[in-house]
Design a protein around this ligand. Structure first.
Ligand code: ADP
Ligand code: ASP
Ligand code: MG
Length: 411
């Protein structure tokens, strides 16, 4: 007997037919004698619709009310799955975030989980063999008693947090692909499923654009040592299990490739400050006000100065692009620069792999391959296990496919 968390995303619970399919997956595990907590997302498209309604109601809406609205999608899918399971003869009940409770801080719209009570679930597994169907994405702020949500894609994080709280043997994340691929299989048909991927690599993949898992879910899994299996809910529920992808410690992976995967993100915008004085304190004068405005700066490039003046290029989240430009215009006279230029039609393409730690020449290979395709690099950033380049968005597919092939990842 094992204790499992099974998480199903929006496309997996898109309508009643899909919910019945999910229930069959759950029943299979119950019939095998396992204890199961299920975490569900809202039905596909629901959260987008709810978010849209909040925006339409008021652009500057109260974040607490936004959470009250958008959390409702998961309430529906959790209730429906419990009904369908009962109909199949499986003892089940739904749990809202505030009922369990899943306690969070009060950062409405992107709250962090502080604590999950797993004791009641375990008691009910033992006493009633009851399946817990937990509404993902939502929690409650203890002090105010208000409903919170965990940021888009947050049901993954709910699943990992519940798995840690009930000491689950496994956290199975069922989605519309049968695992984590070397890159988004929708963009590169030659992408292939990874059998295993290290937490650190998955964290980079997710942070750099692979939205198959929410970044925080991977962080939490790494911290709490939760083993995640990403698999497909579209595999027949009664067939032998597809293998999926295991997210685990680096030591468990025997055959390490130099590059494990390629990710891309259109979430960034570029800002260039032209002809700013090249002297101590200038970077602080530019980036200080951005930090105060809560704007994260990612890639930074500074040119060599010829005449005491230089250009600085950096990226900010696309959602903060206009605000960042306003902040910088305000400090223009104080800092002293000739022009502020920007571009939002850019993409950050990243190459990820723990093997990079011990191999030289990984970056040079990427630069050469992109140059051969006539793709200009606007900015570069690197860390121990990743290399990111900023390029024109028009070249996204070509760049991702080229790099996928150059590092031997094509099937
Ligand atoms: P869910 O609704 O189940 O949470 P998501 O849409 O959040 O599903 O995540 C699954 C999607 O992630 C896939 O359909 C796929 O297009 C996308 N994706 C992006 N990068 C990858 C990758 N490297 N491996 C697998 N899927 C990826
Ligand atoms: N329903 C939420 C969203 O669409 C949470 C999730 O799907 O994980 O972002
Ligand atoms: Mg998701």
């Amino acid at each position: 007997m094992a204790r499992l968390v099974m998480k199903f995303g929006g496309t997996s619970v898109a309508d009643l037919e899909h919910i019945r399919n999910v229930a069959r997956h759950v029943k299979r595990e119950i019939d095998a004698g396992h204890e199961v907590a299920v975490v569900v997302s809202a039905m596909a498209g629901t959260t987008n619709q709810l978010v849209e309604w909040c925006r339409e109601a008021s652009v500057l809406h109260d974040a607490r009310e936004y959470d009250a609205v958008v959390a409702s999608g998961e309430q529906v899918s959790a209730g429906l799955l419990a009904i369908v399971l009962q109909e199949m003869g499986v003892t089940a009940r739904s749990w809202q975030g505030w009922q369990l409770p899943i306690l969070t801080d009060n950062a409405h719209g992107s709250a962090h989980i502080v604590e999950v009570n797993g004791a009641d679930l375990i008691k009910r597994f033992k006493e009633r063999r009851e399946v817990a169907v937990v509404a993902g994405f939502q929690g409650v702020h203890k002090e105010t008693g208000r409903i919170t949500t965990l940021g888009r894609g947050g049901s993954d994080t709910s699943a990992v947090a519940v798995a840690a709280a009930i000491h689950a043997d496994r956290c199975d994340i069922y989605t519309d692909v049968d695992g984590v691929y070397t890159t988004d299989p929708r963009i590169v048909p030659k992408a292939h499923r990874l059998e295993k991927i290290a937490y650190e690599e998955m964290l980079e993949m997710a942070s750099l654009g692979a939205k198959v898992l929410q970044v925080r879910s991977v962080e939490l899994a790494m911290h709490k040592k939760v083993r995640i299996n990403v698999r497909s809910s579209f595999d027949p529920p009664d067939a032998p299990h597809s293998v999926g992808t295991l997210i685990c410690d680096e030591e468990e992976i025997v055959e390490n490739q130099v590059v494990t995967g390629i990710a891309f993100s259109k979430d960034e915008a570029q800002i260039s400050i032209r002809r700013v004085a090249d002297k101590p304190g200038v970077a602080a004068a530019l980036f200080g006000p951005l930090a105060e405005a809560n704007i994260n700066v990612d890639m930074i490039v500074q040119n060599i100065s010829a005449d005491g003046r230089t250009d600085i290029t950096f990226t900010v989240p696309v959602a903060d692009y206009e605000r960042a430009k306003q902040v910088l215009e305000k400090v223009k006279s104080k800092v002293g620069f000739s022009a502020l230029e920007g571009a939002a039609d850019v993409v950050k393409v990243s190459i990820i792999g723990v093997g990079m730690r011990t191999h030289a020449g990984v970056a040079a290979k990427a630069f050469k391959a992109l140059a051969e395709r006539g793709i200009n690099i606007r900015a570069i950033s690197t860390s121990e296990i990743k290399i990111s380049v900023l390029i024109d968005a028009a070249f996204t597919e070509l760049a991702v496919r080229t790099l996928h092939s150059v590092y031997g990842l094509d099937q």
